[in-house]
Design a protein around this ligand. Structure first.
Ligand SMILES: Nc1ncnc2c1ncn2[C@@H]1O[C@H](COP(=O)(O)OP(=O)(O)O)[C@@H](O)[C@H]1O
Ligand SMILES: [Mg+2]
Length: 347
């Protein structure tokens, strides 16, 4: 099997997630090389993983799909499914990245990510099948997702999506988060890089529960690893409290959801790409979106409040405020008046 070439590594399909910072457990900032070191990656891939590599005699690696700050994700064939002639034998396998693997908390973080997936099974969240290991590697096997990242969809629509399409995506994102919150889990890295969009079905799936945490602080494990101790961020979508290393809760996801919703509707980041703390320093305020009415803008801007105690308090309230369902009484009244006018005209 040929080695992975540099041109392959920078191909459109492979995602490099570079705008991330990790905070080590001693409080120091630990930044995985801003640009992945391709020579190093090539060396690692040659020795460990390359297309065709067998993992535990069960999976055959096919193509590397992405390298994030913490992990490397491959498209793979489940050999058993293939032998059983299943139409779709593909899975995605998530390994720890070469950069992150040496971190003392890496395995704990990884095992917890799988545990979060087990708690939040939902049609708009990627399904994780199992946590497995070979002699050298621990890995998560999950559903392989077709489609593009939301980042790409936003880029392709510089003036925003049609309101109907944006609403449908926002509804699915809100459904995923509302479910996770209901199950007691906050995602805490809710960014367009962690949301898949399938243009065929127009549905989204949320991925990457790598830094997700129980909302109840009492449920957070008493180990060296805490959110404060180790967190991966994509700054323009991270709430102020996360950037300030305060203990985050579900309201952090509401801020991120509002940032993404604003971008889907307008094509622009609400704070012009600035992180929440920079937006506060520069005294930036998001402009209302023309497509939305006054009430809708109020809800959206409220969810974008830098201070969490000023922010809308639940994902449900955010979505129902942004897209209120028509009042049935009002609807009935409009229809009745319409019928009466028609009858009067006919007489
Ligand atoms: N289930 C999947 N199917 C297809 N590609 C995936 C899947 N999960 C992740 N990827 C790809 O791998 C990249 C990194 O995955 P992610 O879970 O976000 O890891 P990290 O924690 O390193 O950010 C994603 O941006 C995406 O391109
Ligand atoms: Mg990610």
């Amino acid at each position: 099997m040929s080695a992975i070439s540099k041109t392959q590594q920078t191909s459109e399909t492979e995602q490099h997630d570079t705008d991330r910072t990790l905070f080590a457990s001693n409080g120091q900032i630990y930044t995985p090389s801003a640009q992945p070191d391709f020579d190093q990656i090539e060396e690692d891939a040659n020795s460990l993983r390359q297309p065709g590599t067998l993992i535990g005699n069960h999976y055959r690696l096919e193509k590397r799909m992405g390298i994030g700050g913490m992990s490397e994700v491959w498209k793979a064939i489940d050999i058993i499914r293939e032998e059983g002639n299943l139409r779709d034998p593909y899975v995605a396998i998530k390994f720890l990245s070469a950069d992150f693997k040496p971190h003392p908390d890496a395995l704990k973080v990884f095992v917890r990510e799988f545990n979060r997936y087990e708690r939040v099974v939902h049609p708009n969240i990627v399904r994780a099948y199992k946590l497995d290991r070979t002699e050298n590697e621990t890995f998560i096997v999950m559903a392989f997702l077709d489609g593009i990242l939301l980042t790409e969809l936003i880029k392709k629509n510089p003036h925003g999506l049609q309101i109907k399409k944006a609403k449908s995506i926002i509804k699915d994102m809100a459904a995923a988060l509302a479910h996770a919150h209901h199950e007691g889990i906050a995602h805490l890295d809710f960014t367009p890089n962690n949301i898949f969009y399938d243009p065929k079905t127009e549905k989204i799936k949320v991925i990457d529960f790598g830094v997700a945490q129980p909302i109840k602080t009492s449920e957070r494990e008493q180990t060296n690893y805490t959110f404060k101790g180790l967190a991966a961020l994509t700054k323009p979508y991270a709430s102020y409290e996360i950037l300030m290393a305060l203990t985050p809760d579900a309201r952090a996801d509401i801020y991120s959801l509002a940032c993404i919703s604003y971008e889907l509707l307008s094509g622009k980041h609400p704070y012009k790409g600035n992180a929440a703390n920079e937006a506060q320093q520069k005294n930036l305020h998001p402009a209302p979106i023309k497509k939305l009415n006054r009430k809708q803008n109020k809800v959206l801007l409220n969810a974008l409040a830098i201070k969490r105690n000023e922010r809308i308090d639940s994902v449900e309230n955010f979505f129902n405020g942004l897209f209120p369902s028509p009042n049935p009484v009002k609807k009935c009244l409009v229809i009745s008046v319409g019928i009466m006018i028609l009858l009067l005209l006919l007489i």
